[in-house]
Design a protein around this ligand. Sequence first.
Ligand code: SF4
Length: 429
Amino acid sequence: MASKRQIAVGSVYIGGGAPVAVQTMTKTETANLQATMDQIRTVAEAGADIVRVAVPREQDAEALKSIVAQSPIPVIADIHFNHTLALKAIEAGAHCVRLNPGNIGGPEKVAEVIALAKQHATPLRVGVNSGSLPRHLRQLEYDNPVEALVTAALETVRLMESMDFEDFKVSMKSTSVPNTIASNRLLAERIPYPLHLGITEAGTKWSGSLKSAVGLGTLLADGIGDTIRISLSTFHAEEEVKVAWEILKALKLRERGPDLIACPTCGRLQFDMDTVVAEVERRLEAYEDPIEVSVLGCAVNGIGEARHADFGITGAKDMGMIYSKGEPLKKVPTEQLVDELFKEIDRFYAAGKVVMRDEDKAAEARAWLAANEDATQMTPERVAALEAAAAESDEQAGAVLESMLTPVSAPVALDESVSPVAGRRFSRN
Ligand code: SF4
């Protein structure tokens, strides 16, 4: 359920069925033009559609004009507490201004900002944050944090509408993943405006990426969310962009660059796969096409689940094999696997996206695969395939049983509580 309304942040459309836009925020002092522009160019190259810059001081607002003029992607000015800075940001040509109407000094000042935004056709991002809800919602926040967030967001939306202003998107952020999911689900049902999604202060690259993938991924899979930002504790804003893209690619919402598939490795691994995967990932960054490349740790499994990959390698102690779409291309010494893989990929593009196959080398590789594959081994992939087949037959048996038996209520453990996410139960252990 994409938002009904659409806004334009510079050249990027948000909501109304437009592709989910990737945002990030610069970590530099905005007034430091050189550093800020360097970071904006880096995040744009990494795939950011829109960039936000903090504007806490006069000199940041002054730098905005040059930043907007030089930026390859639309710029959002991030303002708190000071409506004068919001006015200056609009005048400087910011493509959008983010503010929390509850913290810029009262309705008259909000009205002043809205009047200028209308005059310049500048959209706003308005919203609420679990850390700064209005005073009158404090008790509700304590009793029902999800309802408190939604109420605060709705109050903000009504304030905008009362000023006859509809050129805005809404964000409702919380550090809690379940509350973010539950509140955005509720809000999406109640307003037609585009939603910006994020998990506030998600954390480090590792934990923050996971929290964001769970929270934002769940909402995006429901069709909720029109633009996303991954907040990570790193100076490298491009890392946030990469994570955002991985989430969108995993959900098949957008395509960008190659997709790398790699086996999890196990005791059958006979070469340094960590290094190989990292090197393949690094070299794939130079390609823009969404090809699928697979790295398997051994040939015991055959090409298995990587059969659909455009290109792949499978290694062993001394020799490995390069394949395409499930068909062997050639065998090569393990230390040349990565170089030869990229030679094949480059030949493919040079030939106009045609796989170049040397039949003698392919036959040699096929023979190597036949000698190394062991169809009797219980590899993780084969166990997974057996489990999936078993689950399917269980499901069929379950459906037959269900049609024969009267359903009974399932017992509920005492230490379980209802999570706000779709009423599921979770254990406190
Ligand atoms: S059996 Fe599967 S998981 Fe183990 S190394 Fe081989 S391909 Fe990787």
